[in-house]
Design a protein around this ligand. Structure first.
Ligand SMILES: Cc1cc2nc3c(=O)[nH]c(=O)nc-3n(C[C@H](O)[C@H](O)[C@H](O)COP(=O)(O)OP(=O)(O)OC[C@H]3O[C@@H](n4cnc5c(N)ncnc54)[C@H](O)[C@@H]3O)c2cc1C
Length: 498
């Protein structure tokens, strides 16, 4: 069967039952919580990637019971279920690849409890990441994982992707901060994983659930750890004339036994996008800057900042600036946190990659990344969690140029291959999703994949629960994706994606 025919077959199978599914969803949740006309659904075909997929309905439950009711209806009619937070995902996880019912959790946005004595919070999945830290701040507490999208992304989406962020270098990614979750299984049953303490008896099922990319269950309540706001924070901006010197400084800092709370790199193209609008103070003629933060007791941050300044200078930093006052530190961070969205100033489209390499390979891998982009005639802008060796090359392009998307996809695949060959991985924090599903066999053998696939039946999740994501399982998914790539890439796509 051709790709287009398979795609149609999948959509028709859903379409046949959809009027009835929508009627039941409206009856169970109310008309105001269900979207189903083509115009209403357009905004839900996308997430933060170039992937596309049309759902046939989107529901906005406001309670666990409503999530469970919607899932039960989809289950009864054998229609795919796709959980969705804010849709900022960068691997296509919330895209309805073969159609189905999108369950958008954004109206479940209450911070249910802040337990100061136990330093934890219980939240609904649609709470926006930054709002949780704002709610905890009056108690001298905050939520540590801070994706650069933290003004928009939800805690539910963070849990599903095991999201990272600049401050995860010292404090760990989402999985280190989630203690428990209430979940809705594929048949609508409600269950709890983990609890409110760090240690629970039995298998670490909450550990398995965090990072499962919406393929196992939907989180409807989440218990997270909160941390004490630090006594003192110092932020440094180290300015370099070469990317190599900046990369070598990263290794030097960690090798000296210093673990900053954040250690981020931005290159010339990122600076060009950000500086004219944000005025963060990044020099436009630098090849790279490092944004380094230390936090602890006052004496500790003074000592660490001095040591970091010396190490950067020894690695040819042109200048190292220190910001201590909050407004100065916030200005430096504003540039970093808006860097990806600022790329729109340079090109209409960007494609964000998410590779991981051993820190000591940064120089070699970055050189290869720039060379690959140049060979494909593409601009590339790098902004990334350098301390974690978590690269984010952004390939810049205009999808209206014939063949541009195909070149971007091919260049992206080559860069991911370089990361894997350097002993790294295909994702540091954005997840495998749809986008890198076909690369997963580069790092896991068939036995590993088969063992991991057994988690889905263990959660009773079935093929219809966020199908086509993370693992190359569901039959029609490869063909549907290939059809999309051929449409967007002007039919020049490569066979690497099937
Ligand atoms: C400008 C920008 C910067 C970014 N920076 C970072 C960064 O620094 N670090 C980082 O890790 N990521 C980053 N991201 C990626 C993205 O923001 C994260 O992956 C985030 O966790 C996605 O959250 P979301 O609410 O938007 O989820 P969505 O995109 O809506 O969904 C993501 C996945 O989660 C699943 N899901 C959503 N809610 C639930 C739920 N309640 N239960 C089960 N599954 C669910 C979906 O099915 C999907 O698979 C960035 C994105 C952008 C656009």
């Amino acid at each position: 069967m051709s790709a287009a025919a398979t795609s149609n077959a999948q959509e028709q199978a859903n379409d046949g039952v959809m009027p009835q599914v929508v009627r039941e969803l409206v009856r169970a949740l109310g008309r105001e919580r269900v979207l189903s006309t083509p115009e209403e659904l357009i905004a839900f075909e996308y997430d933060g990637t170039i992937e596309r997929g049309k759902p046939q309905a989107v529901v906005f439950p406001e309670s666990t019971e409503q999530v469970s009711a919607a899932v039960r209806i989809a289950h009864r009619f054998d229609v795919p279920v796709i959980p969705r937070g804010a849709g900022t995902g960068l691997s296509g996880g919330a895209v309805a690849t073969i159609g189905g019912v999108v369950i958008a959790l954004t109206r479940m946005k209450r911070v249910l409890e802040i337990d100061v004595a136990n330093r934890l919070a219980v939240v609904e999945p649609g709470v926006v990441n930054l709002d949780l830290s704002k709610a905890a701040a009056p108690h001298g507490l905050y939520y540590a994982p801070d994706p650069s999208s933290q003004r928009a992304c939800t805690i539910g989406g963070n849990v599903a992707e095991n999201a990272g962020g600049p401050h995860c270098l010292a404090y760990g990614a989402t999985t280190n901060h989630v203690l428990g979750a209430e979940i809705v299984l594929a048949d609508g049953e409600v269950a709890w994983l983990g609890g409110t303490t760090r240690d629970v008896a039995g298998y670490d099922l909450i550990g398995a659930f965090v990072g499962s990319e919406g393929t196992l269950a939907i989180a409807t309540k989440i218990v997270v750890r909160l941390m004490k706001l630090p006594e003192s924070t110092r932020t440094l901006l180290a300015i370099f004339d070469t990317v190599d010197d900046a990369s070598n400084s990263v290794s030097a800092i960690i090798a000296a036994g210093i673990l900053p709370s954040a250690l981020e790199m931005m290159d010339r193209n990122i600076i060009a996008a950000v500086e004219p609008v944000i005025h963060a103070g990044y020099p436009l003629d630098a090849e790279a800057v490092l944004l380094i933060e230390v936090d602890s007791l006052e004496e500790g941050t003074v000592e660490q900042a001095e040591a970091i300044e010396k190490l950067c200078s020894a690695n040819n930093a042109r200048e190292v600036r220190l910001a201590v006052a909050q407004p100065d530190r916030e200005r430096l961070w504003a540039g970093r946190k808006t860097s990806i969205s600022a790329l729109g100033r340079l090109y209409p489209n960007y494609y964000v990659l998410d590779g991981v390499v051993p820190r000591t390979k940064l120089v070699e891998v970055l050189r290869k990344t720039y060379a690959i982009a140049e060979r494909y005639g593409l601009a590339v802008a790098n902004v990334f969690h350098a301390g974690d060796g978590n690269l984010h090359p952004n390939l810049l392009f205009d999808e209206r140029d014939p063949g541009a998307t195909a070149r971007v996809l091919d260049a992206g695949a080559e860069i991911m291959r370089v990361c894997v060959d350097a002993g790294g991985s295909i994702t540091g924090e954005h997840g495998v999703g749809l986008e890198k599903r076909d690369f997963i066999a580069w790092i896991f053998g068939p036995d590993d994949l088969a063992a991991m696939a057994k988690l889905k039946p263990a959660f009773n999740a079935g093929e219809r629960y966020n199908p086509c994501k993370a693992f190359p399982t569901h039959k029609g998914c490869g063909e549907v994706r290939q059809a999309h790539i051929q449409r967007t890439a002007g039919a020049i796509g490569t066979d690497i994606y099937v």
